[in-house]
Ligand binder design. Structure first.
Ligand code: 13P
Ligand code: SF4
Length: 334
């Protein structure tokens, strides 16, 4: 009881359980035990650190994670990802406990579209259908007609009648890519992901020159001048499958470098080079995704904190756009 009170205090102060973990504990064993005892499932995004990917029950992209969240019969969903992903899981499971190891694990892209500003923007286009990338806040989803992820975005855009004008939010890079792919003009919100925006054109050009045998692959959240160089553009799952199926043995990968853990597991004899960002780091990690650690995951499962709470009106008005996305995806076999 005392321990829980301390945990709650730490959570209120820091947004996560800033508690010491006995260094002699085998956290893999302890987390497995907690999963069984509590009937909990761990859903992890590919951008999580390797240890978290290895202990997860399901690792996937944003669409796969939403589909798993919708289908699970676990009592507790532990989301090893960022805030908007855990919110989506909560909207799909209002009766379940949804945990996020660190409430500070946000998303620069979601933050780039504050709901009050978007509300005003949307008022200027009253006849437009709003398509929002799932990387947005729960409140933005209440103003959205249909969500999309990078896996299903083209299908979602194509499902909207040709004469129906579209607002696309919040990612300007994904929006521009979708315009090029679908030939549809859209009104695009001016947001971006801090990770995919800072790939270095110059350093990538040099890498491609140094490894002429390598394929250069990129996530559509990257800027157009990076995408122009790519042999393949796709969601994290798309990129992963491409490296498995393509005959090339070396790949330069322009997305968050966490995915390379799965690429390497899937194709152990192939070589993966993370595309470098425009700073002194060799690879590009999302500071939000990387807030989660194995220790925080363990503490979060032990104390069942931090928990995601959403106001009922947000769940009521925000869920429809996710359901619509899941429906269209299922019909498209995604
Ligand atoms: P996907 O894994 O759906 O491609 O999304 C990438 C991303 O940026 C998640 O934050
Ligand atoms: Fe958000 Fe970009 Fe991090 Fe994904 S990689 S969570 S879009 S900041």
């Amino acid at each position: 009881m005392e321990a829980l009170v301390l945990a709650e205090k730490k959570l209120a102060k820091n947004g996560f359980l800033d508690l010491d973990v006995d260094p002699t504990l085998d956290l893999f064993v302890e987390i497995e035990k907690l999963k069984r005892e509590k009937n909990a499932i761990i859903l992890a995004h590919y951008y999580q650190e390797p240890d978290i990917q290895d202990i997860a029950d399901y690792i996937g992209d944003s669409l796969g994670l939403s589909q798993q969240a919708e289908a699970t019969d676990a009592d507790i969903i532990v989301f090893a990802g960022v805030h908007f992903m855990a919110e989506t899981a909560k909207m799909l499971n209002p009766q379940k406990k949804v945990l996020l190891p660190d409430l500070n694990a946000g998303c620069s892209l979601a933050d780039s579209a504050p709901a009050p500003l978007f509300r005003k923007f949307k008022e200027k286009y009253p006849d437009h259908t709003v398509v929002s990338y799932i990387n947005c806040t729960a409140e933005l989803k209440t103003m959205t007609d249909v969500c999309c992820t990078s896996t299903n975005a083209v299908h979602i855009i194509n499902s909207i009648p040709d004469d129906q004008p579209i607002i696309f939010a919040p990612d300007k890079n994904l929006g521009a890519y979708l315009q090029r792919k679908s030939g549809r003009e859209m009104v695009i919100w001016n947001g971006a992901c801090m990770v995919h925006e800072i790939f270095s054109d110059g350093k990538i050009t040099k890498l491609i020159k140094r490894h002429p045998e390598a394929k250069f692959i990129a996530h559509p959240e990257c800027e157009a001048h990076i995408l122009e160089k790519a042999d393949y553009i796709g969601s994290t799952t798309g990129l992963l499958n491409y490296t498995r199926d393509d005959e090339a043995t070396t790949f330069i990968v322009a997305t968050e470098s966490g995915i390379i853990h799965q690429m390497q597991k899937m194709s152990p004899s192939k070589t993966f080079i993370p595309a470098p960002p425009n700073n002194t780091c060799a690879c590009n990690e999302c500071p939000h995704m990387r807030r989660n650690t194995l220790e925080k995951l363990y503490l979060c499962m032990k104390y069942e904190l931090p928990e995601i709470h959403l106001e009922p009106w947000i769940i009521d008005q925000g869920r429809a756009c996710i359901d619509r996305m899941l429906d269209i995806s299922a019909k498209a076999g995604l």
